[in-house]
Design a binder for this molecule. Structure first.
Ligand code: ADP
Length: 266
């Protein structure tokens, strides 16, 4: 009733002959759908109990000062962990939405500088006094796509650059365009990544250093979200990095998705 899914591959057999392989992948497709539905439903169901726990924690926090020191520490710990769990659920739900084709936001033209400006509102409090953040986005640069999705992708890249840059680090957010493409880049002078880890970075829950990830409060889903958003926008992610010398994450958008003229339509 849901149709049959076939995978077709052709290969040159002889000078003039081709071999055609047809594989029935219906079962694989159904299993993949079950996995996606399970993650979406489980994440959704986890939201309600977490809201209740967070509610009681807020009440406990109001009376924190009258409690013994050991309990005060426990409350702070529980609050931090529940924030983390909330972020994890939000990221899982976002990934589920990105993977399903329905409920997609309508594409529109957006000013890249506006997107980055609103991201800066949430990232500024994360920056320490020793961090240096430079944003160089031409006013006329525009992107065609979903504001929410592009916001998630760009904010994940900027937040990562801050998270993985020790104090004293610099972060450069730039936009460059040509007739062929538009490139949004986030460059940092932080910890960098060993080249052997780069191909796995966009896998869900992959972290170079699990210990480092839990200290920085990451969910391990950020770059998986970036990958899906870019896929929706016909764009490609390029990662360049050297351990100890920082990283550059660049999103390459095709010419059809960018505009650099100054037509006042926004
Ligand atoms: P997380 O929530 O752990 O940050 P991400 O999917 O965003 O998850 O990133 C996956 C891993 O890639 C991170 O745990 C980190 O090890 C590495 N990483 C991502 N961005 C950077 C960066 N700018 N500098 C160094 N390492 C990074």
């Amino acid at each position: 009733k849901d149709g049959i899914y076939l995978e077709i591959q052709t290969t040159l057999y002889d000078k003039n002959d081709h071999l055609i392989f047809v594989r029935d992948v219906t079962r694989l497709h159904l299993l993949e759908k079950m996995r996606k539905d399970f993650v979406a439903n489980a994440s959704h169901e986890l939201k309600t109990p977490l809201t209740v726990i967070k509610g009681y924690l807020e009440t406990l926090e109001m009376f924190k000062d009258s409690l013994p020191k050991s309990m005060q520490k426990g409350i702070v710990n529980m609050s931090e962990q529940s924030e983390r769990m909330e972020q994890l659920i939000e990221d899982l739900l976002l990934l589920s939405r990105l993977e399903s084709d329905d409920k997609r936001e309508e594409n529109q033209w957006h000013k890249v500088s506006n997107l980055v400006e609103s991201i800066q509102n949430i990232t500024t409090p994360m920056l320490s006094k020793q961090h240096f953040l430079s944003v160089d986005i031409p006013e006329e640069a525009r992107l065609y796509g979903s504001y929410k999705e592009l916001y998630s992708a760009f904010s994940n890249l900027i937040v990562n650059a801050i998270k993985y840059s020790p104090d004293g680090g610099s972060i450069y957010v730039t936009w460059e365009s040509s007739d062929l493409n538009g490139v949004f880049s986030v460059k940092d002078t932080g910890l960098g990544i060993d080249p052997r880890h780069i191909p796995r970075l966009t896998e869900r829950f992959f972290r170079v250093d699990k210990g480092r990830g839990s200290k920085t409060g990451g969910t391990g889903l950020g770059l998986a979200i970036v990958k899906h958003v870019l896929l929706h926008h016909d764009a490609k992610l390029q990662i360049r990095s050297q351990p100890g010398n920082g990283s550059t994450f660049s999103c390459h958008f095709p010419a059809s998705r960018i505009r650099t003229d100054s037509i006042p339509d926004l």
